[in-house]
Design a protein around this ligand. Sequence first.
Ligand SMILES: NC(=O)c1ccc[n+]([C@@H]2O[C@H](COP(=O)([O-])OP(=O)(O)OC[C@H]3O[C@@H](n4cnc5c(N)ncnc54)[C@H](OP(=O)(O)O)[C@@H]3O)[C@@H](O)[C@H]2O)c1
Length: 146
Amino acid sequence: MPWNVKEEFKHFKDTTFGHPVIMGRKTFQTLGKPLRGRLNCVVTTGNEVTEQEGLKIFRSLDEALNYCDTLGDEKIFIIGGGEIYRQALESGKADAMILSYMKFEAAGEVKFPNFNADEWEITERAEREQFGIVYYIKKNQKTGLN
Ligand SMILES: NC(=O)c1ccc[n+]([C@@H]2O[C@H](COP(=O)([O-])OP(=O)(O)OC[C@H]3O[C@@H](n4cnc5c(N)ncnc54)[C@H](OP(=O)(O)O)[C@@H]3O)[C@@H](O)[C@H]2O)c1
């Protein structure tokens, strides 16, 4: 990531801790190791990443979501990167979003996908020194976050 904001990492950890997280292979490789205290589900077509304690491999986002559904957790977090966020939004599988809007410019190649704001309702906002947090739910949908 093109920034290092401790408070945002803490927000991410506090939000996702204890719940399954789903990510693309590239995001996992930037992390380097499974996130502690969460089942890490990595989506990949290849064999570069192998299963280990706290990490399971899936061949599609759907496969990961279906597995996580069987765990009975009230929340499943899709934590990126760009490709996986795009698939989650385009497939309609994402029913809530928690987005951090950084209050500074940063260079980078991977972006959060565009989404149709009309389809989402803002339920809460929070301000931090270097970023704002916006909580969204998909309109006309019951979610684990509301
Ligand atoms: N700011 C943030 O909140 C945030 C969050 C997360 C990540 N990031 C950044 O985003 C960047 C990575 O994002 P990215 O879009 O390049 O990659 P990504 O979404 O993390 O991973 C893409 C990879 O996931 C696998 N994949 C995607 N769709 C798949 C499918 N349907 N079936 C099977 N495998 C599938 C493929 O792996 P294989 O090629 O192995 O098949 C693909 O190359 C990193 O720089 C990371 O730091 C930022």
